[in-house]
Design a protein around this ligand. Structure first.
Ligand code: ADP
Ligand code: ZN
Length: 740
């Protein structure tokens, strides 16, 4: 290095995934020609006692670090940058905006395989075809292997040659089934892909109704510039059809489309609709896919090999070669906000990204978030509405079931049971919604009043009879279920309250000859189970479907005509101001599952508070009226979207440290506190103890975003300078969607 003092030292400035909000400088050994290094490449560097992989952001002449302390980079992993200039710009912005360490932000943008240093190379697609024996074997001979039988039928009926992608569409757990057929020499690998037809559309588009046509025209008028739209339409109003027809125009321009969804379970169904319509490569990206599958999806969008990407939250950070459009469906859903680590909002970052890329972005929802409605008022979003259901489907009717003083059978009133009977008698399906899984949320001793609590959380243990356990839903602690009270030794422990397991049991007693499906996190843990249940429901092989939150999202069950929310009250009295909005959205979304086809639907809400203003407004006047009232309340109270918030969460293994730290921090901030920022707290978190950690929080709020963000800069510097910060763990949540 030192043999030629004239050569300016080359310094690589790298974003490394560590919880420190700064870049790290490394020296380029002389064998590297600095000009071959480009921002966006992955670099392996020594870090502490290990090596880490970071992203090169710049090559500089000087460093603030003294030369003798600079280490050499170890390896350059890419020949070409894997992140474009535009992408780097977005991620830098996100790191600043969310005040989150830049290396961790860059890490979020990369699929795991790339973070681990795998080559950025697309694995070739594999294809399979029937052997001669496969073509001539009667599927009935496989009757005992049900799945293999089904796959053989499918292959014989439809496909000469199939890709792994098509197999994945056929069933998420296709691998063992295919292997079975290969072992029997009925199927073999094929080197050639299936012949493709050259048309963009596989299927002609539906004829749009007037509102759909208006929305499509408005968006398509200006496809080559930034414009943000809110497509508001009740469930079943044909939003997806609008997406499809706008996408068609974007694809015609050889441009790519990114579609973001709040929930993994919604991807397969939409993916299928996209594939049925378009003869272009569609890929998806979500956490149930393998690392390699996700890597391929990411790379294919980056290279332009794929045209449409469907994905959840972090799919937003997939680079597109020819970006043309971003769609964010169910934009109100709080799942778009990451709730740990890098707490970004996919929706908000997507809006920035669309602006950077000069492309349109389309937010869709039946129940738009208050933020988005506010942005419509401010002219930031253009509103497009689809007021009626598409096709022949009608709006469902609502009814409150006042259950005060009524005899209930495990959460089911006699009126509800009667309605269920009537619906089943017409051979139609019933959907019941209870947002609590497990058998019962409380285990109590009838003799002494003892309640089973989690030792690590301020929470009750939940009874799960299916596997005889008590479980904490907050930290995951589990213990064997025991009916003897540890306090008084009486065998008097009882289940109090009800969860989905318990209601399922009661339903089975009430309707012994009906098929009942329970859909919750517990019943759908195994890969493929959810998909199986969904197809079972769609094929009419279920009479009553009972489920949690999961059911509220976007699923399409054409034969469901009765929907009931068993316990609306649980959502009415939360201390978090977001909860009214979430409750209202949930009611409308759940109701949207009723009567989607030709048969009209009915929605029943069981409540002890039939006069509650939220319920009355929603039922009598609908979601828009609720939203208007809620916005007026937020404005009066100075709450978001009329102000901006950031929540500092702090935790430690003892109660003292978080309090002490927050008080010190506030004292330090106080002298230069701008008048226009409010500090609320420190206060204990709503759940003050979780997983053995004591939790406190500080809420910062301002009507001026700039003022708040300036204070956050100071806040982070202050934290870094406080000794008491070493005794706690903290995280900052900018624009929190939950104060828990
Ligand atoms: P959303 O996305 O708003 O829930 P979809 O686009 O899924 O609505 O449409 C709901 C149903 O109505 C689907 O079965 C769809 O095929 C049908 N549909 C949508 N648009 C039309 C149309 N213009 N004519 C006839 N049927 C339509
Ligand atoms: Zn716990």
């Amino acid at each position: 290095m030192a043999d030629n003092a004239q050569t300016p030292a080359s310094i690589a400035r790298i974003a490394i995934p560590v919880p420190l909000n700064r870049l790290f400088d490394y020296r380029l050994p002389s064998e590297f020609e600095p000009s071959t290094l480009k921002p966006g490449m992955r670099i392996r560097v020594p870090f502490g006692r290990t090596h880490k992989i970071g992203i090169l952001l710049a090559v500089e002449k000087d460093s603030d670090i003294p030369a003798h302390r600079l280490k050499d980079i170890a390896e350059i992993l890419d020949r070409q940058p894997i992140l474009s200039h535009q992408h780097i710009r977005l991620l830098k912005w996100a790191s600043r905006y969310y005040h989150h360490p830049i290396g961790e932000v860059f890490q979020t943008a990369l699929p795991l395989a790339l973070r681990k240093g795998k080559p950025a190379k697309i694995s070739p697609e594999k294809y399979y075809r029937l052997t001669e024996a496969g073509q001539n074997t009667a599927p009935e001979t496989l009757k005992r292997a049900k799945r293999q039988h089904a796959l053989l039928c499918w292959l014989q009926q439809n496909k000469a040659i199939v890709s792994t992608q098509q197999l994945r569409d056929w069933h998420s757990n296709w691998r063992p089934v295919l292997k079975g057929l290969i072992d029997k020499q009925l199927v073999e690998a094929s080197a050639t892909p299936p012949a493709s037809n050259k048309h963009l559309l596989n299927q002609t588009a539906l004829k749009p109704n007037a509102e759909q046509q208006y929305a499509i025209d408005r968006i398509c008028q200006k496809l080559d510039a930034f414009q943000a739209y809110l497509l508001e339409g009740v469930t079943g109003s044909g939003k997806t059809e609008v997406y499809l027809q706008v996408i068609e125009q974007v694809l015609k321009q050889q441009r790519q489309v990114l579609v973001l969804l709040p929930e993994i379970t919604l991807t397969p169904q939409l993916e299928q609709r996209f594939r049925q319509r378009f003869n272009v490569p569609v890929v998806s990206s979500h956490s149930r896919m393998s690392d390699n599958e996700r890597l391929n999806a990411w790379l294919k969008m980056r290279s332009g090999d794929a045209a449409i990407l469907l994905g959840t939250r972090s799919a937003l950070f997939t680079p597109l070669k020819n970006p043309g459009l971003i769609i964010l469906d169910e934009e109100h859903d709080s799942a778009f906000k990451q709730q740990e680590g890098f707490r970004f909002s996919s929706r908000d970052v997507a809006l920035v990204q669309a602006r950077n890329l000069s492309i349109p972005i389309l937010l869709g929802s039946a129940t738009p978030s208050l933020e988005s409605l506010y942005n419509v008022r401010r002219g930031r979003l253009q509103l497009l509405t689809l007021p009626a259901r598409a096709g022949s489907a009608q709006k469902p009717s609502f009814q409150l079931l006042d259950v005060r003083n009524k005899k209930m059978q495990d959460g089911l009133s006699a009126m509800l049971v009667h309605e269920i009977e009537q619906t089943l008698a017409k051979q139609e399906q019933v959907l019941l919604f209870l947002n609590r899984r497990g058998f019962a949320p409380v285990q109590m001793c009838h003799s002494c009043g003892y309640v089973s609590r989690c030792q690590r959380c301020d929470a009750n243990m939940v009874i799960h009879f299916s596997d005889n356990t008590l479980r904490c839903h907050h930290c995951g602690r589990e213990q064997a279920l025991n009916m003897t009270c540890p306090a008084c030794k009486a065998a008097q422990l009882q289940a109090v309250g009800r969860g989905t397991e318990r209601v399922e049991q009661t339903l089975k007693q009430l309707f012994p000859d009906k098929t009942i499906i329970r859909l919750d996190r517990d019943s759908t843990q195994r890969k493929g189970t959810l998909e199986n249940y969904l197809s079972q429901i769609n094929q009419g092989q279920a009479d009553i479907i009972l489920g949690t939150q999961m059911l509220a999202k976007g699923h399409h069950f054409p034969n469901v005509t009765l929907v009931a929310i068993l316990d609306v009250d649980s959502g009415l009295f939360s201390i978090d101001f977001h909860s009214a909005e979430k409750m209202a959205q949930m009611i409308i979304q759940v109701a949207g599952r009723a009567g989607r086809a030709e048969k009209p639907g009915k929605v029943l809400l069981q409540t002890h508070h039939p006069d509650h203003p939220l319920l009355v407004t929603i039922l009598k006047q609908g979601y828009p009226a609720f939203a208007e009232a809620a916005l007026a309340e937020r404005q009066q109270a100075g709450l978001p979207p009329y102000s901006f918030q950031a929540l500092l969460r702090v935790q430690a293994g003892n109660t003292h440290a978080p309090q002490h730290f927050l008080h010190e921090l506030v004292d330090r901030l106080r002298p230069d506190m701008p008048d226009d920022v409010l500090i609320l707290g420190p206060v204990p978190a709503p759940m003050a103890r979780k997983a053995g950690q004591f939790r406190y929080q500080l809420l910062l709020q301002s009507a001026q975003r700039k003022a708040l963000h300036k204070l956050l800069d100071t806040l982070i510097l202050s934290i870094e300078s406080l000794k008491s910060a070493h005794k706690i763990r903290w995280s900052l949540d900018v624009d929190p969607v939950s104060l828990y």
